[in-house]
Design a binder for this molecule. Structure first.
Ligand SMILES: C[S@@+](CC[C@H](N)C(=O)[O-])C[C@H]1O[C@@H](n2cnc3c(N)ncnc32)[C@H](O)[C@@H]1O
Length: 254
């Protein structure tokens, strides 16, 4: 972990363009727990922030005490566009693409990789990254134009991008492993045990799975649903599928 910057405001302005904004106490807490490198962290109320840490996250309280610099409220607001009510924000170094690719390619894989095929909604992508972190998934890969490190996705992911490997790849660059694509027309998932090295792919909110992704698919699976309902929300589909993996023997590593 880097020492707190002597002048956090100029460090912030220098790093803001390249680092990831962690807005709020919980995002910073999660990022620290999963080893994020945090060169600068500010608060408008250090005493309140450390009290919150002592109450909710004693495991990172001392790290936060070493990192957090109090700045006047107007300065804080000038650094963070839409300040979180906890008045804590930090900048974290984004893991390199090479490091993420290493994690995604590592074998034997002990937990699935989630693929979002051309997702459109930043909130869905954040929610999926949070799910992947909770289930100990190896990573979340997106195809298409959405940046999975977009600030809105990072906000939705609650700082948990650092708990899994998050990367954007083309379909022909997806990690190796049996590809299970989720689609209402597939075979019922309840009859299938998902292997730990599965690549679990989900279609776009607008148009479902792309032709390219379908061509790479080994098994098409559906989630149980009444006939008159056309589809579930993307993030809830990921939740059910990861739950199914864990409920049929998948181990969530700590
Ligand atoms: C909102 S849905 C896409 C709806 C889209 N209009 C379509 O034509 O498929 C987003 C994704 O969630 C997954 N999904 C939603 N409901 C599902 C179901 N009942 N079974 C399997 N996957 C489902 C699929 O991967 C789907 O592509």
């Amino acid at each position: 972990m880097t020492d707190p910057a002597p002048d956090p405001v100029s460090a912030w302005r220098r790093l803001a363009g390249t680092c990831v904004l962690l807005d709020g106490f919980h995002a910073l807490k999660h990022a620290l727990r999963f080893g994020a490198e945090v060169p600068v962290a500010v608060t408008a109320d250090r005493r309140a922030a450390l009290a919150l840490a002592a109450e909710l996250a004693p495991d990172v309280r001392d790290t936060l005490a070493g990192l957090l610099t109090e700045v006047p409220e107007p300065t804080y607001q000038s650094l963070v566009p839409r300040p979180h009510p906890t008045a804590v924000a930090a900048l974290a170094v984004r893991p390199s693409r090479a490091a993420n690719l290493d994690k995604l390619a590592h074998t034997p894989r002990t937990a699935p990789v989630v693929v979002l095929d051309n997702p459109r909604n930043l909130g869905n992508a954040g929610a999926v990254i949070r799910l992947a972190a909770g289930f100990g998934a190896t990573g979340v890969v997106t195809t298409g134009t959405l940046d999975p490190w977009h600030p809105t996705v990072v906000r939705g992911g609650a700082g948990l991008h650092f708990a899994t490997a998050v990367e954007r790849l083309a379909v022909d660059e997806l990690p190796a492993g049996p590809l299970f694509a989720l689609d209402p027309e597939g075979d019922d998932i309840r009859g299938v045990k998902l292997p730990d090295d599965a690549v679990l792919a989900f279609g776009s909110e607008r148009s479902g799975l792309s032709a390219e992704l379908r061509a790479r698919t080994d098994h098409l699976l559906s989630l149980p649903m009444r006939p008159q309902v056309s589809s579930y929300n993307l993030a809830t589909s990921v939740a059910m599928t990861l739950y199914h993996w864990s409920a049929t023997g998948g181990a969530i590593s700590s």
